[in-house]
Design a protein around this ligand. Sequence first.
Ligand SMILES: *Cc1c(COP(=O)(O)O)cnc(C)c1O
Length: 418
Amino acid sequence: MTSLDTRLRAAHPCFWHNPDYYPSAPVNDAVGIRQAAERLTRFAPCIRALFPGTGDGIIESPLSRADNFARALENYWGMPVTGTLWLKRDNELPISGSIKARGGIHEVLKYAEDLALSAGLLHQEQDYRCLLDEKVRALFARHTLAVGSTGNLGLSIGTMAAHLGFQVDVHMSADARQWKKDRLRQLGVRVHEYEDDYSRAVAEGRRLAEQDPDCHFVDDEHSLDLFTGYGVAGRRLKAQLDAKGIIPSAEHPLIVYLPCGVGGGPGGVAYGLKQELGPHVHCFFVEPVQSPCVLLGMMTGKGAELTVEEYGLNNRTAADGLAVGRPSALVCRLMQPILAGAMTVEDQQLFRLLTLLQDSEGIKAEPSAMAGAGGMHQLLQQTEWQQLATQAHHLLWLTGGSMVPTEEHRAYYRKGQA
Ligand SMILES: *Cc1c(COP(=O)(O)O)cnc(C)c1O
């Protein structure tokens, strides 16, 4: 404990084993992941009409094997990468190119559905393309969605909400990328910029939204609608594994590495996976060495009461989606028996890994998305996991990146080469 404490404070890469982890913990569905999945199915015709690129209107990403990346990692780390390496390619999710297309879009759709239902303009058995009718759009135009975001959540909420005809306010922290702000403004979204960090943008967005009864604030720190939207990934991945004949077992467990910011995205996914796959899936969160807010919240038991700054870290990282100093209290609580552990990773690694992934598999990811691979490096060095790892399926959740402008990605790539 003390040596881990020292390493964390010194911003060295760390591995934390969750002492409360209980692999076969029963996971009920009080949070409502099944309803979220059904809602997304009802909306599929509407999504397909608005975004023809989504095909069947179900927003999902491929699962693929990454043997070439595994060999590249072995060379880079100078150690064997045992088991089988898989990539969950949320970097290619339609509409916004990141994991936020799961939770963020679900919450927008839930708000839209509730409004249309209570206005008597929709019933659940109807074809949801009726939400594109003039009358419904006029209703949506009188309502506002607001969100505080480091970038990708704003992009997901803003894109979906603007297409449905809502007014949108996105409150962005200073570290958000210019191209995300530009894209949103082109869609007619009002983008407000803050010099402070992400928690400040969220607080300010929440305060302004509370003054307007026709405004819904998407609360990244507390929202169950976001959480369940992410959670749907569990059943979707289960189906993809089934299709490849993979059934996680004691002998061949599935180890999942999830880049983590405030915790909602990885938390929802971990919850959904535990529901579907039970004791043989082990989920880990991976955070930047300067922003391990969920690791600290869970390790100390203080949840959202502790910030990384209070712990002596600076919350500065190039992984903009992960630059979060205060975790979600909801996630810290829900993850207590579900999360196997958490790791931290240095920024420098993220860029190097991004370059290796591009070279070995031709896949474009953003720095945040590479955290999972850094976490796997930590796990492979833990004696208590090495045995299990040899025959495991390792799954890196690639959380974002396909929409990063080419020039920007090239700059990331060059950083990783250097
Ligand atoms: C938001 C985000 C994450 C982490 O999700 P949280 O809900 O903030 O924990 C990881 N990767 C990318 C690319 C993201 O945008």
